[in-house]
Design a protein around this ligand. Structure first.
Ligand code: GLY
Length: 238
């Protein structure tokens, strides 16, 4: 098989589809490599920012018109109308945005920067999606930026040890607009919070712009006491 090689930065656009129509949710940009400067092995994602800095309003509109619209109409025409989240993975090439993947789910860690910006009740949005009433659904968003920094077990995405103790999550959440999402934690019998996965925490913060969201997220990370973890220091850095 011969495939076209394309290059450029990646970004993702999220839409809700109700079988008949689609509405834009938000955009995000993931950081896939394990280490700073996009070095090291590929991971599920070491951090993300929303909105995606490189996906401006004009590009969002273009992707909705040229990608999401045809998906809604094409799937309905084939007798398989799609209702749910559409994750459009894009490469922003010199010839415009190109689709590299579709997923029928929120991304991880993209969800951790998109959902904190949502100002409309998520359940109402999901109901409008299943009831085919998205065309008059008003989805509101916090205009601020969100950045999440993933804290992973040392060794991830290779083999890693489980059971290291994590402390001071509460301290991280004293940073304004900072929340810590748990992905790979458990409570040990003695009450300690321990790491039991590869990607363990996602520390998300909002800020008036990308730089202040980034600063707040790293302020949260700095308060967490976890000897067994590591994180990238350049998430959302311009
Ligand atoms: N972060 C990439 C994904 O969820 O597919």
């Amino acid at each position: 098989m011969i495939e076209q090689r394309i290059s450029g930065p990646e970004a993702s656009l999220f839409a809700l589809l109700d079988g008949d129509s689609a509405i834009l949710m938000a955009t995000a940009q993931d950081h896939k490599r394990a280490y700073d400067n996009d070095e090291g092995p590929n991971t599920g994602g070491m951090g993300a920012i929303s909105p995606a800095p490189r996906l401006d309003k004009a590009l969002e509109e273009q992707v909705m018109q040229e990608v999401v619209g045809p998906v809604v109409r094409g799937m309905a025409a084939e007798g398989t109308p799609y209702r749910g989240v559409l994750y459009v993975g894009l490469m922003l090439t010199e010839d415009g945005p190109q689709v590299i993947e579709f997923n029928c789910r929120f991304g991880d860690p993209e969800a951790q920067v998109i959902l904190p910006r949502l100002r409309t009740d998520l359940v109402s949005a999901m109901l409008a999606t299943t009831n085919a009433s998205l065309h008059h659904f008003d989805m509101r968003w916090d205009p601020r930026a969100a950045v999440t920094v993933v804290m992973a077990s040392k060794g991830y995405p290779g083999s890693y040890e489980k059971g290291s103790i994590i402390r001071a999550i509460d301290a991280a959440e004293t940073v304004p607009d900072c929340n810590v999402f748990h992905a790979g934690t458990a409570l040990a019998d003695n009450g300690n919070l321990i790491a039991v996965g590869g990607r363990v925490l996602a520390v998300t913060a909002l800020g008036d712009d990308a730089e202040s969201a980034r600063r707040n997220a790293y302020a949260g990370v700095a308060k967490i006491d976890w000897q067994g973890g590591f994180y990238r220091s350049d998430i959302a850095k311009t």
